[in-house]
Ligand binder design. Structure first.
Ligand SMILES: *Cc1c(COP(=O)(O)O)cnc(C)c1O
Length: 382
């Protein structure tokens, strides 16, 4: 059988991984700042996650949400300790895209309207609803996406952004830092204007924190830093500690509108719930957001050294979500970094993205940035 790889093959066979490191089949060690696209933020095979999953595996693997099982109580208990204020209902999904679908369906069900508002350069996933609010023509081309979507420039004038939300909008969906789009923070004024417009027009304000959420930016949720009040918050990637699971936090009335109108065979299965429980417990016990904030400050300080290089346009780090924007396409740099023992990934068209786990050390950071500098010079000259 041939594997259809959804992403370009990196030519590396990973044979084991622990916390911030992975090893290839020859025993060579890499500092992982790719982390399966931000998933292993709590580290690879974090012992807290592994032991909880093992326990659940022995106890119960299948329990549809038609039934009750202990893993549900534990996950709800854990999530109540990190839930966004006012969002007291929760639904599970198997991926970020599916969680976005559920959020959009909730908005359609609640409002009886169809139109959506999203940001230019947004990414919300590859299923058709999520793809419809994903901006990139590269992702959308050739697929029958919904046409009732208005895209607002994230750097537009706030009053213009406000006026672009139509009175028949079902929802406004935003990322706060556009991860796939290039690690680009959205203007807080634009976000607040869009939230105000959503309130004024009785549309749902959905914040997609699949990439920014669960501690990576130095807070449990980044929306707190912007003074926003989402009606729905979507989390994924890091929230399962490596296990494929996503979470939709909602107001109770939003959840009620979706009840009986959506479904998923696997969503909320006991293994996924145990993973979320263990991930939340790890986040709180290890003070993960504070550690990400601290490591993020070291990272941005090191990255600033690269600003002297001719081919570097800018550097940004919001906690441990970092981007080095080059003046050219970065694939050669990312391949060179891999040879040098650092796994990174691309964002947007010209950005090298770094998504390390929270326990990344000062030494890992210093070495990785040094190598990044060398690789930029090797690829483009200095
Ligand atoms: C990755 C991502 C998604 C999609 O998640 P999948 O698990 O790949 O379906 C949605 N929104 C944002 C912001 C993401 O970064």
């Amino acid at each position: 059988m041939k594997l259809l790889r959804y992403y370009g093959y990196r030519g590396l066979s990973i044979s084991k991984a622990f916390m911030q490191y992975v090893w290839d089949s020859s025993g060579k060690r890499y500092v992982d700042m790719h982390t399966g696209i931000g998933v292993a933020f709590l580290g690879h095979n974090n012992p807290r996650i592994v032991s909880r999953l093992k326990q659940q595996l022995e106890e119960l693997i299948v329990c549809s949400t038609s039934f009750h099982c202990r893993a549900q109580d534990e996950a709800l208990d854990a999530l109540s300790r990190v839930a966004p204020r006012g969002l007291t209902s929760v639904a599970f999904a198997n991926s970020g895209s599916e969680a976005v679908e559920a959020a959009l369906k909730a908005a359609w069900a609640l409002t009886g309207r169809r139109r959506l508002v999203a940001l230019a350069r947004s990414f919300h996933g590859r299923t058709l609803g999520a793809l419809s609010v994903t901006w990139s023509p590269r992702h959308r081309k050739g697929f029958p996406v919904l046409e009732d979507v208005v895209f607002v420039d994230p750097h537009s004038d706030p009053s213009e952004a406000y006026s672009l939300v139509p009175s028949d909008a079902a929802a406004v969906i935003v990322e706060l830092v556009q991860g796939e789009g290039g690690v680009t923070p959205v203007s807080p004024e634009v976000l607040r204007a869009l939230q105000d417009a959503a309130r004024e027009k009785s549309a749902l304000f959905i914040v997609d924190e699949v990439q920014t959420g669960f501690g990576r930016t130095g807070r449990v949720w980044l929306y707190e830093a912007y003074g926003l009040e989402p009606d729905v918050l979507v989390a994924g990637k890091a929230i399962g500690g490596g296990f494929p699971v996503a979470v939709v936090f909602m107001r109770d009335d939003v959840a009620k509108a979706l009840r009986g109108r959506h479904g998923s065979t696997y969503a909320g299965n006991p293994l996924a719930l145990a993973a979320v429980t263990a991930a939340v417990e790890t986040l709180l016990a290890e003070d993960v957001p504070a550690r990400a904030a601290h490591a993020g400050r070291m990272l941005v300080a090191e990255l600033a050294r690269l600003l002297g290089l001719e081919h570097v346009r800018s550097v940004r780090a919001i906690g441990l979500m970092a981007g080095v924007e080059l003046r050219m396409e970065p694939s050669k740099v990312i391949a060179c970094l891999q040879e040098e023992g650092v796994l990174a990934l691309k964002a947007g068209v010209t950005t090298v993205r770094l998504l390390p786990p929270y326990m990344v050390s000062r030494r890992d950071i210093v070495e990785a940035v040094e190598r990044l500098g060398r690789c930029i010079c090797r690829a483009f000259g200095c």
